[in-house]
Design a protein around this ligand. Structure first.
Ligand code: 5GP
Length: 190
């Protein structure tokens, strides 16, 4: 069992609506030792892919992406949500339906920071129905860059996203794949 899986079992809380709360170590307070381990684990999974950039969505993906980027020695770009006047008008955009909020929002990345010769690794905290990653995939495609894979901290494998991404040809790998969390008990796939 890796350090993220251990932390989920000891401190994660299952909320109604298939939500796992990880505020004590990932989404609000951040456990830096854990993030270092996660960054290294993602590096091991994708180190052969000649990654030149890591792409995530604000806000909860950023810290994980930064620790991962340190191992790859590449920059992190995060897609900005909602109003993005300060990003400039030359942006790549995508519409994302939020699993936790139940509404859609736009994300944008400046055309300055994604180029056709970029080989991009997507990093995110959760995979539920896959909409966040598919939005980032669209942005990468619009930039003419190459999507090399998606590294997900926590995949809720009982939801539709993982299969959707595999069907879209994305190399998706997770540090903690949850098979079920019925009655508040988290069961990992492996
Ligand atoms: P998806 O786009 O795959 O449906 O959902 C992924 C996004 O929704 C993640 O970026 C994350 O912010 C949020 N999310 C999905 N499921 C959970 C969950 O169980 N717990 C938390 N904290 N966030 C979640």
């Amino acid at each position: 069992m890796n350090s993220l899986q251990k932390k989920i079992l000891s401190e994660g809380k299952v909320l109604p609506g298939n939500i796992l709360k990880v505020d004590g170590f990932l989404n609000h307070q951040i456990d830096i030792a854990l993030l270092k381990d996660m960054g290294k684990d993602f590096y091991e999974l994708f180190k052969d892919k000649n990654i030149t950039k890591i792409l995530t969505i604000e806000a909860s993906g950023i810290a994980i992406a930064c620790y991962t980027a340190e191992y790859f020695n590449v920059p992190v770009v995060f897609a900005k949500k909602g109003q993005h006047k300060n990003v400039g008008k030359d942006v790549f955009t995508a519409e994302v339906f939020s699993f936790t909020k139940g509404t859609s929002y736009e994300v944008a990345v400046s055309q300055l920071y994604l180029k056709p010769d970029d080989r991009v690794l997507i990093i995110d905290d959760f995979l539920a129905n896959g909409q966040a990653v598919l939005g980032l995939q669209k942005i990468i495609e619009d930039a003419g860059a190459t999507l090399c894979g998606a590294g997900i901290a926590i995949t809720k494998a009982f939801q539709s996203g993982e299969q959707l991404l595999i069907d879209a040809g994305i190399d998706v790998k997770s540090l903690a794949a949850i098979e079920s969390m019925e009655n508040g008990t988290v069961v990992f796939r492996d």
